[in-house]
Design a protein around this ligand. Structure first.
Ligand SMILES: Cc1cc2nc3c(=O)[nH]c(=O)nc-3n(C[C@H](O)[C@H](O)[C@H](O)COP(=O)(O)O)c2cc1C
Length: 189
């Protein structure tokens, strides 16, 4: 069983978080623990037609972002790692500077100190020098992967879902999890 913590922050791209949780739910080898920032509750309403309760039902467990006493706030709680999707520049700044004033940031801090995998599915455009410096600092940790949610075209997607499938497949591959809709690059396809 792979236990993966999913953090949702308030960057644009909430449908990607929904897509990821649905993909993880299909995998019986994965257990998910979800935490959602206060801003993400707002972007969920703005960008999707999904209720907060419905979002929570897509994860196995949920922890309130204000509950810094949750089990996942401790390094003693075993997990394979954490994905933050979408990852805002504010959350990236918090992680880069060890400023853990909510459960999501504390979990990321724990991943770094325990040398566990931390994937940041970052979203911002354009990126300022401050954003880039924070991301560069984070990218130097061997257990952190910065994965900007940039669309690809070489798999010839015809729908937004197919475009997202590719991003989700790449994210899951970081945990050595396969995702059936993901079509890896094949020359001359
Ligand atoms: C509709 C909407 C879209 C946003 N998109 C982004 C974004 O793509 N990237 C980003 O860094 N912040 C974005 N923000 C701003 C963040 O929500 C804001 O900085 C917030 O404080 C982030 O807090 P959090 O990281 O704790 O979730 C957006 C805000 C709204 C309302």
């Amino acid at each position: 069983m792979k236990r993966i913590i999913v953090g949702i922050s308030g960057a644009s791209g909430l449908p990607l978080a929904v897509h990821l949780l649905e993909a993880l739910k299909m995998n019986p080898e994965v257990e998910t623990i979800l935490t959602v920032s206060e801003s993400a509750k707002q972007t969920l309403m703005l960008e999707t037609s999904i209720s907060f309760e419905s979002l929570l039902s897509k994860a196995d467990h949920y922890e309130d972002v204000k509950n810094i006493g949750a089990a996942i706030a401790s390094g003693t709680y075993p997990s394979a790692g954490m994905i933050i999707i979408p990852c805002s520049m504010k959350t990236a700044a918090g992680i880069a500077n060890g400023y853990s004033d909510n459960l999501l940031l504390r979990c990321a801090d724990v991943m770094i100190k325990e040398h566990r995998q931390l994937i940041l599915a970052v979203r911002e455009n354009p990126l300022s020098a401050i954003h880039l410096e924070n991301l560069l600092k984070l990218s130097r940790f061997s257990n952190i992967t910065i994965m900007p949610m940039i669309l690809t075209y070489y798999q010839k997607p015809t729908t937004i879902k197919e475009m997202e499938d590719h991003l989700i497949g790449k994210l899951l591959a970081q945990f050595e999890l396969s995702y059936q809709p993901f079509k890896p690059w094949q020359p001359n396809c």
